[in-house]
Ligand binder design. Structure first.
Ligand SMILES: [Zn+2]
Length: 377
């Protein structure tokens, strides 16, 4: 069996011309028996889906590295996903301004600003000028904006929604940009990362935001702008991502009459694909699907909320090669330990969802969101 897989992988690589792209990357064949988790999924009524009703709120959920391989493997292992229960489906092209294969900084910036930039850049264009992000554009219009991630807050995707730095690795500079951003809600990893920042940065953030380490801290409910930092954002984090998605939605909905924008990132799908670990990739994708469920349930009740689910790029060149519906067994091949330039899936639910049912650039997604919320760029 192993020989067969290796042979087909070699044939596939030859067909796709992958050999040049995977320089310095070990090509592995990873198979895992998994995981009939039987996690429940949710199917909404579709009453408001695809209508021209006014969009007041947008929830953008980004699965870092969540390409077709991760979605297919998780869907078949679990016998369904909330995201694949939705009816509107599109594809997203992810190339950055300077590279055929994007990183999370360039793609995060495209999703956050509607502008393509270079790999490594956060909230800056190719000329190293600051570009306004969705929260900076929407807040003066009266919207409340938030970000949530299972990465650290300085991770490239959440950072793209509040920071402006030409080097995604400049962790302290990225955190130092937080007090100047108009975000009302931010939650991501983690308490220790924050406490290791220079004291002046911690103080500046505490001046602008109420910082809590426990979502039940009474200071959270009493706050007008909140940063919630859990102890862990790893797989021992429990239901942090879905529970905090619900918390963020309620927090933002209470703090604006006009509407809100929330970005939720499932950051760790990517990290496990980089290590070619299938069970953890599935666990992270399924956890992300629970956050999607929280968003879709709110959209169903609200009627004026658009939910968009996509990815910043594919990771691992992850391919589903076999499985069994009865047992939830899935087998994948990881053809890379890096990102791939494959188009990523997009799912949408709510009014105007059909605007996203096409092939589009990651930057188009941001520009459509801004258009639907009445922003002029
Ligand atoms: Zn990555």
């Amino acid at each position: 069996m192993k020989k067969y897989l290796l042979l087909s992988l070699a044939a596939l690589c030859a067909a796709l011309g992958l050999s040049a792209q995977t320089e310095n990357q070990e090509i592995t064949v990873a198979a895992a028996e998994s995981y009939a988790t039987q996690q429940s999924t949710y199917t909404p009524s579709f009453k408001v889906d695809g209508t021209n009703a006014k969009v007041r709120n947008v929830i953008l959920l980004i699965g870092d590295g969540m390409g077709h391989g991760a979605v297919n493997a998780a869907m078949y292992a679990n016998d369904g996903l909330t995201m694949t229960n939705l009816k509107t489906f599109g594809l997203v092209r992810t190339q950055s301004a300077d590279n055929f294969t994007t990183d999370s900084a360039a793609s995060g910036t495209a999703y956050a600003t509607g502008v393509k930039t270079n790999n490594g850049f956060v909230g800056m264009n190719t000329e190293r000028e600051r570009i306004a992000n969705i929260p900076e554009i929407l807040t003066p219009m009266g919207y409340a904006c938030g970000v949530l991630s299972t990465d650290d807050l300085n991770g490239a995707t959440p950072a793209s929604f509040f920071a402006h730095q030409a080097a995604r690795g400049d962790k302290e500079e990225i955190w130092a940009d937080l007090p100047a951003s108009p975000l009302v809600f931010a939650s991501a990893g983690k308490q220790s990362t924050f406490e290791e920042l220079p004291l002046a940065t911690q103080e500046a953030i505490r001046k602008t935001f109420t910082v809590v380490y426990d979502p039940k801290d009474p200071a959270a409910a009493a706050s007008s702008r909140l940063v919630y930092l859990p102890k862990s954002v790893h797989l021992d984090r429990g239901d942090y991502l879905p529970a905090t998605t619900e918390m963020a939605i309620n927090y933002l909905a209470q703090r604006s009459k006009k509407g809100f924008f929330l970005m939720v990132e499932g950051a760790r799908i990517d990290k496990h694909e980089h290590s070619n670990e299938l069970p953890e990739t599935l666990a992270e994708t399924l956890d992300f699907d629970k956050a999607i469920e929280a968003a879709v349930r709110f959209a169903e009740k609200d009627g004026h909320t658009l939910v968009i689910i996509s990815a910043d790029h594919e990771t691992g060149a992850t391919i589903l090669t076999g499985g069994d519906l009865e047992t939830g067994f899935v087998r994948t091949v990881f053809a890379s330990k890096g990102h791939s330039p494959m188009m990523v899936p997009l799912f949408a639910y709510g009014p105007h969802s059909r605007d996203f049912g096409c092939v589009q650039e990651n930057s188009d997604v941001a520009n459509k969101i801004l258009g639907l919320l009445g922003a002029k760029k």
